[in-house]
Ligand binder design. Structure first.
Ligand SMILES: Nc1ncnc2c1ncn2[C@@H]1O[C@H](COP(=O)(O)OP(=O)(O)OP(=O)(O)O)[C@@H](O)[C@H]1O
Ligand SMILES: [Mg+2]
Length: 328
């Protein structure tokens, strides 16, 4: 008997996005493919400028992409279908890093959370207030917050309001673009805990963008590591963090400060700048910073290779192995 195929909520295939700029074309997304299952959190990590927010915007229908398809809950968007206007995606919610700029300072919390309910669902005022109160209670805020303005809230409370708003239309997917990066560590922990609890209750999926690998470890089931517009490694967090294959993933993990002095670094610190996305070199984009790079790496871009179908994947001709597994 054949096993049932894994259920996918999100399936992205061959996504490419180029920004034309005065200085030339910036390839922000270069053949990106991944899946997210219902109730799963995929973390997206990588240095500044590698294309994380562009990918988030493409999923939200906020930027047009040039090639590829995005399927969310059976609803497929292909590159060539994108006209000048895109339909708003109701099935995807979003929370950005900075609630100070994402929440309208002139609106009360009631309107911020209730706007999608009245604007898109056409709910009436009393129903909106009732539902907004319920949404606030889901994120741990009392109904008395309905009458407050954003400036009367702390950073953590603002982010709770942003999450309540993102959940208003009961999306199947929430895109979280560094949602805790601007918060104090203790508040960050509370928000992460809340997000986990919300997921356990509703089975919503998360695409969670962060620079913080500690956050990935806590919140995510799977992780995709991006470098200059490409996914260079992906897999379960447990597997990738315990035994990274790509030298870039290894360098990112080694850059995390550890309290335990017995844990030795496996590779030297990540040196040098990310190469310019304008002058792409022919081979692996990481080769100029990689100690394992050979002539082959500098000439040919490595494809993403799956160890097992649907399992961890990496794009490297000279992957790292722990000593016990080393084939050499
Ligand atoms: N509207 C735009 N026009 C031109 N180039 C852009 C635009 N938006 C992003 N880019 C470029 O695309 C690349 C990817 O940017 P993006 O914002 O997606 O990166 P990121 O991984 O989210 O970075 P960060 O971690 O700093 O938020 C960068 O080189 C950036 O300069
Ligand atoms: Mg970004």
């Amino acid at each position: 008997m054949n096993a049932a195929p894994p259920v996918r909520l999100v399936s992205v295939e061959g996504l490419c996005k180029v920004y034309p700029t005065r200085h030339g074309a910036v390839k922000a997304l270069d053949d990106i493919s991944f899946q997210i299952a219902p109730g799963e959190t995929l973390a997206l990590v990588g240095e500044s400028g590698c294309g994380k927010s562009t990918l988030a915007s493409a999923l939200l229908g906020l930027v047009k992409f040039d090639l590829g398809t995005i399927e969310i809950g059976g609803n497929v968007v292909t590159a060539h279908l994108h006209g000048t206007t895109m339909p708003p995606r109701r099935d995807v919610g979003v929370v950005f890093q900075n609630p100070h700029s994402s929440l309208d300072p002139r609106m009360k919390v009631r309107s911020i959370v209730g706007e999608p309910l009245s604007g898109i669902l056409g709910m009436r005022r009393e129903a909106v207030t009732r539902r907004a109160g319920e949404l606030l209670s889901q994120v741990g805020l009392g109904a008395d917050y309905l009458n407050r303005y954003p400036h009367q809230l702390s950073g953590g409370q603002m982010q709770r309001v942003a999450i309540a708003r993102a959940l208003a239309l009961e999306p199947q997917l929430l895109v979280l673009d560094e949602p805790t990066a601007a918060l104090d560590v203790s508040v960050q922990a509370q928000i992460l805990k809340l997000l986990k609890a919300l997921q356990a209750k509703s089975n919503v999926s998360y695409l969670f963008i962060t620079h913080d690998l500690g956050v990935v470890d806590y919140i995510a089931h799977r992780v995709a590591v991006m470098y200059l517009g490409r996914i260079v490694e992906s897999g379960s967090v447990a597997e990738v963090f315990a035994d990274p294959r790509h030298p870039y993933t290894r360098a990112l993990l080694d850059a995390v400060p550890v309290i335990d002095p017995r844990r030795r670094r496996q590779s030297p610190p990540l040196d040098g700048e990310v190469p310019s996305p304008l002058n792409r070199l022919p081979g692996c984009a990481f080769a100029p910073r990689c100690l394992r790079a050979t002539a082959e790496c500098r000439a040919v871009p490595p494809e993403l290779y799956e160890e097992e179908p649907g399992e961890r994947a990496y794009a490297c001709f000279h992957p790292c192995y722990t000593l016990s597994k080393s084939p050499q």
